[in-house]
Design a binder for this molecule. Sequence first.
Ligand code: BV8
Length: 241
Amino acid sequence: MTLATVRGWVRDASRIALLSGAGMSAESGVPTFRDAQTGLWARFRPEDLATEDAFRANPANVWDWYAMRREMVAKVAPNAGHAAVAAFQQRHPGRLTVVTQNVDGLHQRAGSPGVLPLHGSILEDKWLDAPRPCCIAQPPVEGHPPRCAVCGNLRRPAVVWFGEMLPVAVLAAAEAAAHACDLMLVVGTSGVVHPAAGLARAAAGRMVVLNPEPSDLDDAAQAVLRGTAATLLPQLLDDNP
Ligand code: BV8
């Protein structure tokens, strides 16, 4: 299928779901997890660090990994792909829903409304164990990680770790968007992580993969556009006939 065909599908679609992964933010300078196996995070395997067990075993190590990523995310900006999606949403209120696996907040910073963040946010923290009155009574003591001065409860990144449930309401809204859409654009994901990747296969409408490389979702797609988010999305979402 060509870009022109998919542009026609976008034009004809009344409800579009967009599922994004780490590749959506690659052109903003955020390494993807695939790159992590070779790139900046070569020394860390996300699956080994992004778990509650890893955090409990070595809170400082995991906290510092997230602090480094948070610092990096604070320095980057949304790219032309994020901007094209947000602009389309502003021109066509309610017609496109963003469901993201990313924790970097770049869709939100680009101005996309109603983003469904399946895996939470790297920019926020929460208590590791259910907070007690002492945890709420005063600010946590600074540290790697910060902790409650009284009971020692730790702060942790407000992301969904491997082995943790996704936020129920966010996942339900994402599933509803997939089931209601007549077109799903799957942008920058290897399709390896579940249940997020399953949303692409649950799309009621046509499913289109946008990815410079083959992905685990290509076989289920009605079209695969080999290209990057910042190149393809402005071409797909520009409203021109
Ligand atoms: C759950 C937040 C169950 C953290 C993330 C054993 C035990 C428990 C669970 C499992 C298990 N085995 C399997 C599972 C399921 C597991 C899973 O899927 N594992 C994988 C590794 C097989 N899933 C879970 O654990 C989920 N929870 O199952 O709970 C449960 C049920 C009941 C009760 C209790 C529990 C939770 C999964 C969420 C994990 N958290 N993120 C953090 O960020 O640190 S996932 C994390 O990795 C990212 O958020 C992202 O979603 C994922 C990486 O995937 P991608 O986004 O696809 O990124 P990737 O680098 O892989 O690919 C990038 C793509 O972009 C590539 O295709 C590339 O070609 C492309 N690209 C590159 N440049 C560009 C581009 N595309 C476009 N433009 C470009 N410029």
